[in-house]
Design a protein around this ligand. Structure first.
Ligand SMILES: CC(C)(COP(=O)(O)OP(=O)(O)OC[C@H]1O[C@@H](n2cnc3c(N)ncnc32)[C@H](O)[C@@H]1OP(=O)(O)O)[C@@H](O)C(=O)NCCC(=O)NCCS
Length: 185
């Protein structure tokens, strides 16, 4: 469990399934993600099983670490979304960052910024990563703002890399190094 002031990050539970189905079938949310197919209950159950994680991990055996974001101040720790490190590479000490707050009335309240800070600290201080990469669709102003605020550096732009809502759009690539995060703290 990673504790902040507004949010805490906890492991996934089986009970999260209905929330995941609601969030990842909501086009207002998925327009910002790479999900474009309907998410079925069976697929989501399998995803939860696949991300249950080992009790003790052998070096190199963990590819993804995913947490549920809970808003501490709402309805006794309301789950509002997920956040994680993906494609973890132990040799290069890198991972890809992902976040989705599925509860739309919880957008723009600072939850994403705090959750991202908690996960980055965990990534650098506990998982011993050295670099985190993140991709944001170029119309996702809220996410662009959040990445810059947290301290990610814009490293490039993959032009017309994603087809979404009938058009090709750019993907903005962000990166953060451990020394940059440590220095900023
Ligand atoms: C992107 C996301 C994680 C951000 O989390 P959040 O809790 O909503 O964001 P925060 O409140 O911490 O910060 C957002 C910032 O963007 C600003 N913002 C909101 N709407 C904006 C807009 N249309 N244009 C520019 N800035 C905007 C907010 O004011 C805030 O900045 P501030 O704190 O300086 O005022 C969340 O909105 C989300 O999950 N959205 C849906 C899925 C998604 O986009 N995932 C990310 C994929 S890369």
């Amino acid at each position: 469990m990673l504790e902040g002031k507004k949010v805490q990050l906890r492991p996934i539970k089986r009970d999260d399934l209905p929330n995941f189905l609601k969030w990842y079938n909501d086009p207002d949310v998925t327009q910002y993600l790479t999900i474009y197919l309907p998410v079925t209950e069976m697929a989501e159950e399998k995803w939860i099983e696949d991300h249950a994680g080992p009790i003790t991990a052998r070096a190199g055996s963990v590819n993804d670490i995913v947490f549920v974001i809970e808003a501490i101040e709402l309805d006794s720790h309301k789950p509002i979304g997920t956040i994680g490190l993906h494609s973890i590479n132990q040799k290069d000490q890198t991972a890809e960052f992902g976040i989705a707050i599925g509860e739309k009335d919880c957008w723009s309240k600072g939850y994403g910024t705090e959750a991202t800070g908690l996960l980055i600290s965990y990534a650098f201080n506990s998982v011993n990563l050295h670099r985190i990469t993140s991709y944001v669709l170029d119309f996702n102003e809220r996410s662009l703002r959040m990445h810059r605020k947290v301290g990610f550096t814009e490293e490039g732009r993959l032009r017309k890399a994603i087809f979404s809502n009938g058009r090709f759009i750019d993907k903005v690539m962000f990166g953060m190094l451990r020394e940059e995060w440590t220095k900023a703290q």
